[in-house]
Ligand binder design. Structure first.
Ligand SMILES: [Mg+2]
Length: 369
């Protein structure tokens, strides 16, 4: 296998060719791609002393900060499908997943490092159409700009063809954030008796994914509007995480990436506790409601409990702590309470809509099953 590899090490002083969606692409090659990435990355974060161009980036967190680091794969046919997800959506989601982890820690975004393996045809212009990788990058960098995170390095490679089929897209992103020392929000911080809260509404992402599965949309129909596309363009809750950490509102936190039933279990396990939630209190996204009403989807409550990738924040706080009705522009909803775990008792119980008390099993949505 010929596996072209080139570290992002265009000299800092070297001239970067102007970004050209088709021209630079057809010139091809790793260096051209790296130059394009570099010329497109305009966001500067004050904690990035040295970005793309040298062997390493140099970061300088603010005094009293510690670094929060997270890494996420975006693999074709695992995390996205090229026939369902526009390149803009893939780029946005690639960065949003890592940002959501920073949000869950109450960290401010600093830098991102992107490693990409791509089939050659996605870096070249096809019949005058915009190049896949340019559309991917432009949307990723649009979100980066909005969140103040600097693309500070990475790597590119051509993915190998396998038995005559095209290669697949694989993106690995590393996100670095800064949190005040000792103040990062942890999954392990919840206490028995704490109230469980969630930001925003749940189930929208799974509902939109089901809709895509039934009726894949054309590129033109998927515009990056967070409120309308909870699956294609999820909004990481950075501001809410920063407020929770800065005001010391939360004892524990996690982002809802795998589904409420699964992520709440993670929080319970890390805190050594159990939880009880109320079905009637779960904030349900309008798209989940629509999916239920249209009759082809699971119930809206099931989508909200088990549908993943909502990227809302789940956090705990003692009953004595006054929690605002909105944080970072998002409604905050109390959904239950943490309690001591008893051997033989379920980790999570739910007060169902019919008034019965049931065990809530962790069954986060499995995409593309
Ligand atoms: Mg997470």
């Amino acid at each position: 296998l010929e596996y072209a590899r080139s570290v992002v090490q265009v000299k800092k002083s070297s001239k970067v060719p102007p970004s050209s969606p088709s021209g630079a692409a057809t010139a091809g090659g790793e260096l051209a791609l790296i130059s394009r990435i570099r010329s497109k990355s305009q966001t500067a974060n004050p904690s990035v002393v040295l970005g793309i161009g040298d062997d390493c980036a140099l970061l300088r967190p603010a005094p009293g900060e510690e670094l929060a680091i997270t890494t996420d794969f975006s693999l074709e046919n695992v995390h996205f499908r090229r026939d369902w997800h526009s390149p803009e959506s893939v780029g946005h989601r690639c960065l949003a997943r890592g940002l959501s982890d920073l949000a869950a820690m109450g960290a401010r975004p600093i830098a991102a490092f992107l490693s990409l393996a791509l089939p050659a045809e996605l870096t070249t212009s096809q019949a005058g159409q915009p190049v896949w990788i340019d559309r991917f990058l432009d949307q990723l960098l649009t979100l980066a700009e909005r969140m103040g995170v600097q693309l500070a390095g990475g790597d590119t490679a051509q993915s190998p063809r396998l038995k005559g089929s095209d290669g697949l897209v694989a993106a690995d992103i590393v996100l670095i954030g800064g949190a005040k020392r000792g103040r990062a929000l942890l999954r392990s911080g919840a206490k028995a008796g704490d109230i469980i809260y969630v930001t925003g509404a749940l189930g929208g992402s799974a509902a939109e994914l089901l809709a895509l599965e039934r009726n894949p949309k054309s590129d033109a129909e998927t515009h990056p509007t967070a409120t309308e596309h909870p699956h294609l363009f999820p909004e990481p809750r950075i501001e809410a995480g920063l407020v929770l950490a800065a005001k010391r509102l939360a004892t524990g936190a996690i982002d809802v990436s795998d589904g409420l039933s699964t992520d709440l279990r993670h929080l319970c396990e890390e805190s050594g506790l159990a939880a009880e939630i109320e079905a009637s209190a779960i904030p349900i996204h309008a798209m989940a409601q629509q999916a239920e009403e249209s009759g082809w989807g699971p119930s809206a409550l099931d989508l909200a409990l088990h549908g993943g990738e909502d990227y809302e924040l789940l956090f705990t706080a003692p009953p004595s702590k006054k929690i605002p009705t909105h944080i970072g522009g998002l409604p905050i909803q109390a959904i239950g309470r943490m309690r001591a775990s008893d051997a033989g008792e379920p980790v999570i119980t739910i007060l169902a809509l019919d008034g019965s008390r049931q065990e809530l099993e962790a069954k986060g949505w499995e995409h593309f099953r």
